[in-house]
Design a protein around this ligand. Structure first.
Ligand code: NCD
Length: 310
């Protein structure tokens, strides 16, 4: 039986193409399961998972929880806001206390880049990174590629542009790694102030003109402007941002071809994209959310199979 090359999902950069293909084949199966009248399988009845969220989340947290429940795992949930972290407990102590209750896997979102890697070296459990600061968000990139593959047949050879706040985005970095591994051409587009210096060293094209970028691409992934990560102003106002980097239906219809629109959520309607774009047939935003559950089931199932073999 094929298995993942890793014991943790800490970032896309630790995976290889075979891992991604295995995750997608497994997710295809789980997507069929979650569309059945009985949406559950008993596979992980003997596995306990802790969801540790040290940073706010709606979609990702709910998606992981649902994926775990559909696999029949036991789960415990922890949000930093209501915990002893506020009393000064360290991350390792917090997690080790939770693990002493016999937890096999930890899904963690944390504001510090590298928090998952750090944890994986100090605790005995399989770690899934659900977003570490502005670093990586591997399951988001996997569900994004899975959704492109579903809509366009394959990811390899496609032109994908990631638009907006690249500088503060963990979604962008994980997507760049995942898309390139599968043979897609990747471009980033946004205000100069929100594009990291030297990003072209990662092998991506850089464009500051949105019309040129959209005329080049097959898929545009419209990122949210991450105001909560900005301590200074990177552009004059939301109005000016949306005039230069936002997409409305008239703009979309004026392009030389029909492109696919993605967004990781949460959307700032009217800033990155207008409502008529978000709700149009060209947008696959709700497919991304649905596929997120199947892809996370696949990741958890494949990592848990490795724990069981130990
Ligand atoms: C993203 C995140 O938290 O990194 N959202 C998500 O996981 N669905 C992107 C964002 O917050 O804009």
């Amino acid at each position: 039986m094929s298995e993942l090359s890793v014991n943790h999902l800490l970032g896309i950069k630790y995976l290889n193409l075979k891992d991604i293909e295995l995750i997608f084949e497994t997710a295809d199966h789980f997507k069929e399961v979650i569309n059945r009248p009985i949406k559950k399988v008993p596979s992980l009845r003997d596995i306990t998972i802790a969801n540790l969220f040290f940073e706010n989340s709606t979609r990702t947290k709910l998606s992981f929880e649902l994926a775990e429940k559909r696999l029949s795992a036991d789960i415990i949930n922890f949000s930093a806001g209501q915990s002893s972290v506020k009393k000064g407990e360290t991350l390792i102590d917090t997690v080790n206390n939770i693990l002493s209750m016999k937890v096999d896997m930890v899904v963690m979102r944390h504001p510090n880049p590298g928090a998952g890697v750090f944890l994986s070296r100090h605790v005995k459990a399989s770690i899934v990174n659900a977003g570490d600061g502005a670093h990586e968000h591997p399951t988001q990139a996997l569900l994004d590629s899975f959704s492109i593959r579903e809509r366009l047949g394959e990811v390899g050879g496609k032109n994908i542009v990631i638009v907006g706040d690249i500088l503060h985005s963990r979604v962008a970095l994980s997507n760049i790694f995942a898309l390139q591994m599968q043979g897609a051409n990747v471009m980033v587009c946004g205000p100069k102030t929100l594009i990291p210096k030297h990003i072209e060293k990662l092998g991506v094209k850089v464009e500051t003109n949105l019309r040129k970028a959209l005329n080049w691409c097959d898929v545009a992934n419209m990122l949210r402007v991450q105001n909560e990560r900005m301590d200074v102003s990177y552009f004059p106002s939301s109005r000016e941002y949306s005039q230069q980097f936002g997409v409305d239906k008239t703009f979309l219809d004026s392009l030389n071809k029909e492109i696919v629109i993605m967004h990781p959520g949460p959307i700032n309607r009217g800033v990155e994209i207008t409502s008529d774009v978000a709700d149009s047939d060209q947008a696959i935003i709700l497919d991304q959310v649905q596929n997120g559950v199947a892809v996370r089931m696949a990741v958890i199932y494949l990592l848990a199979s490795k724990i069981k073999n130990l």
